[in-house]
Ligand binder design. Sequence first.
Ligand SMILES: Cc1cc2nc3c(=O)[nH]c(=O)nc-3n(C[C@H](O)[C@H](O)[C@H](O)COP(=O)(O)OP(=O)(O)OC[C@H]3O[C@@H](n4cnc5c(N)ncnc54)[C@H](O)[C@@H]3O)c2cc1C
Length: 399
Amino acid sequence: MTDVPTTKLSRIESAAATGPLSGEQEELLEKARAVVEEKIGPLLWESERNEYFPEEIVPIFAEAGLFGGTIPAEFGGLGWDLITHMLVIEQVSKNSQVLGSYLAVPSGPVGAGLFKYGSQEQKERWLRPLADGTSLAGYGLTEPRSGTDAANMITRAERSDDGWVLNGAKMWIDWAEMGDFFLIFARTDPDSKGAKGITSFVVERGTEGFSTHPQKGKLGLRSLSVGELRFENALLPDENRVGEVGKGFRVAMGALEDTRLQIAARVCGGLAGCLEETAQYATGRELFGKTLAGFQLTQSKVADMILALEAARSLTYQAARAKAAGEEATKAIIAAKLFAQESYMRTSHDAVQILGGRGIIDETLVNRHYRDAKITELTGGSNEILRLLLSESVLGRQR
Ligand SMILES: Cc1cc2nc3c(=O)[nH]c(=O)nc-3n(C[C@H](O)[C@H](O)[C@H](O)COP(=O)(O)OP(=O)(O)OC[C@H]3O[C@@H](n4cnc5c(N)ncnc54)[C@H](O)[C@@H]3O)c2cc1C
């Protein structure tokens, strides 16, 4: 589309939420911006349309020193502090939520789960290659019959002489097609209900009785590989068990909290991406004898977009600072993610409106953000479940 200005992915957000950045953080953000703008961004137009993850991205991020997140160097990561990690995720997500999702892998749900609950041997075997980018992994909680109500899972692991026999299925699992292994959750006590009696395991690709099946046709996050995991008498040795028997739901939820914060950072990037492309278009597009930016109805929408971005960043980085300081941050993280994802839906909707016909074509970033925003309202905690959890912090558990 020739008359749509190129998106530069520069910094449109103020420093109010994070405070002044260090020289090292500034350098990393500039590197992330340049790598996405020059090398990775161009690959995504086709992969978004044809639903595949461009694997060329993997060495580009690794060589730029951007992959490894908060996992300490002794386990193959970069050992970044949480805020730096989130800033980089935010920067790349101005282009696409899938890029933020990929950079979040080392300390995402699988990495965080292994780091917090894995044994030393398990960290060496699975966390190290995950953190240094030589392997990829998915987190398998959701099942065909249980999504929001994840504790209602029916996938079953039974003890055998050789370890555990796994039967069941997981669906909507990130990196299903590409993952080398999966951190999954299964009921090990057949008489248990809800969050009790669940245990977590690593299942490696190639395990007999284990297969993966892509789920295509997604509205958004189209470059992300998502699919189903099926277990048919899959045999797992006991050394693949992560954490204690019956305590797997704690592993699942502990890892999810880190992920929610990363998603909030990703969404802040999406909000900034929308604002930037909107500003470029509105100042360049002429109609009724002046620029689109010259109309007060446009200015009002842009003001709302700025408010959404700044407020989402304030909540997100405030929650991150609390988490980094070791303070109780669950409620703050839920509030940040909820506010950010709902703002993302409204902002991307307004952005598409301002870009008019261009906004509905998948050659603009606002189009990508609009589609990604809808999915973000469902994953890692839907709007509804986050509202319930937030209200419970005051009203107590009502379910
Ligand atoms: C692209 C994508 C990637 C994903 N990646 C992963 C992954 O890597 N790993 C993984 O384990 N899962 C993953 N998921 C699953 C995701 O977390 C679930 O889709 C989500 O939990 C919702 O579950 P569900 O789709 O079964 O909807 P349901 O649980 O059936 O919910 C349907 C609707 O009801 C709403 N609802 C729930 N409770 C209430 C209530 N009390 N009152 C009113 N409304 C309510 C929900 O918010 C939702 O809008 C992914 C999903 C998608 C779409």
